[in-house]
Ligand binder design. Structure first.
Ligand code: FAD
Length: 391
């Protein structure tokens, strides 16, 4: 019989305390029993399985690291482990959760006023209220820091927002969308909590994606969309504040990449021990074993890297460069791992039902979102040389 398939080769889970390990396995069981059976069908339909939301909420993991407001207040290490567990089965569900718990709740938790936190965080923690994070625009992606064209104009106690956003995850069904816009008076980027159905807010679902098809991305048009000063994120005064949220979530994306790679590796390894050609399991061939070992080497390096990354985060020592390096390394290596996983499965590697093809497609999106390889590399390059190559 084939040995058990486990992509945690150096037993990093063995470093967790029993309650953490229990939670990891609880989320794994949820993903395997509730998500896995329906995920390929929803991916194909490009629809979101809304019936999963109350079940996910019942896990009580949303707002993983935050203190108060009903949030579990766990270490960043657990946030990473849980992101990996979700992405190990499906990267779209991990992304949905990352937008809700990380980008949206994180912006409010890190940059909101006490009243804004009270208003939004408990309902978002329970996943009764869904959030979205609107930074990217049709013409402004990597250059968001200096280039945002969406504007905010203050008159007395109201702000009028105008512009467009693209790619905004969860936006088509979100209850609140955080819109990042340039203040026409001081030219700085500020964040606004825009409730669904606010006049002047129009959200259109993006169609025909070849990756993360379950994630519902929106194109947002703001036409004289008016919010009040009470809806402006109190502590978001410049893009540097926005970047603090992105630093935290980029670390999470590195873990998501690890999850995709792990899911693809484990499925491929299991397949190679079952599939027979020339009278023996293909896992017995040297060239197949070479692929598997290359995959496992990278996967193990990635896991140890993100484990340490989260420890730094828990010690309050995470820098932009740490997060960017992990995001680049893990998403780059994931592309290699998923492609080898597909390769060792031959033709079946491109069939959704064999649970590797989805990872191949989805890792392309993870490679590009939350800062592309180039931008995150340039962030590290700037840090280690002292020269900014992109501003
Ligand atoms: P561009 O910025 O146009 O870049 C194109 C290419 O040029 C890239 O290879 C890039 O690396 C390269 N490039 C750009 N500048 C430089 C430079 N100075 N030097 C070298 N190379 C450079 N955004 C949100 O705000 N909220 C969301 O919820 C969200 N969800 C997303 C979900 C998905 C599935 C995807 C695909 C994207 C999402 N995004 C979201 C947007 C995402 O963050 C952007 O796609 C990303 O920042 C890259 O921007 P861009 O696609 O406009 O590419």
């Amino acid at each position: 019989p084939a040995p058990p398939v486990d992509g945690d080769f150096y037993d990093l889970a063995g470093m967790l305390i029993p309650e953490q390990r229990e939670l990891q396995l609880k989320v794994r069981a949820f993903m395997e029993t509730e998500v896995q059976p329906l995920v390929n069908d929803y991916w194909l339909k490009a629809e979101f399985p809304h019936e999963l939301i109350p079940k996910m909420a019942a896990l009580n993991i949303c707002g993983v690291t935050y203190q108060g407001y009903g949030c579990p207040g766990l270490p960043f290490l657990m946030e990473g482990i849980l992101a990996m567990e979700m992405a190990r089965v499906d990267a779209s569900i991990a992304t949905f959760f990352g937008v809700q718990s990380g980008l949206s709740m994180g912006s409010i938790y890190m940059l909101g006023s006490e009243a804004q936190k009270q208003q939004w965080l408990p309902g978002m923690q329970q996943m009764q209220l869904i959030g979205a994070f609107g930074l990217t625009e049709p013409e402004v992606g990597s250059g968001a820091a200096g280039g945002l064209t969406t504007t905010a104009k203050r008159t007395g106690d109201t702000w009028v927002l105008n512009g467009q956003k693209k790619w905004i995850g969860n936006a088509p069904f979100a209850d609140v969308i955080i819109i990042w816009a340039r203040d026409l008076d001081d030219n700085n980027v500020k964040g606004f909590l825009v409730k669904k159905d606010t006049p002047g807010l129009h959200v259109e679902k993006m169609q025909d994606k070849m990756a993360l098809r379950i994630v519902q991305n929106g194109i947002i048009t703001l036409t004289d969309c008016t919010v009040t000063e009470a809806d402006r994120l109190e502590k978001a005064n410049t893009f540097k504040d926005t970047a603090e949220v992105l630093r935290m979530t980029r670390a999470g994306v590195a873990w998501e990449a690890v999850g995709c790679a792990r899911g693809a590796y484990e499925n491929a390894l299991a397949y190679t021990t079952q599939r027979k050609q020339f009278g023996k399991p293909i896992a017995a061939f040297q060239l197949i074993q070479n692929h598997l070992v290359e995959m496992l080497s990278n996967l193990t390096a990635m896991q140890t890297l993100v484990f340490r990354l989260s420890q730094l985060q828990d010690e309050g020592r995470l820098t932009d460069e740490h997060a960017s390096l992990a995001k680049v390394f893990c998403t780059l290596r994931t592309r290699d791992i998923v492609s080898r996983a597909r390769e060792v499965m031959g033709g079946n590697g491109i069939l959704l039902q064999y649970n590797v093809a989805r990872f191949v497609a989805d890792s392309e999106a993870i490679y590009s979102y939350e800062g592309t390889k180039e931008i995150n590399s340039l962030i590290v390059g700037r840090g280690i040389t002292g020269y900014s190559a992109f501003v």
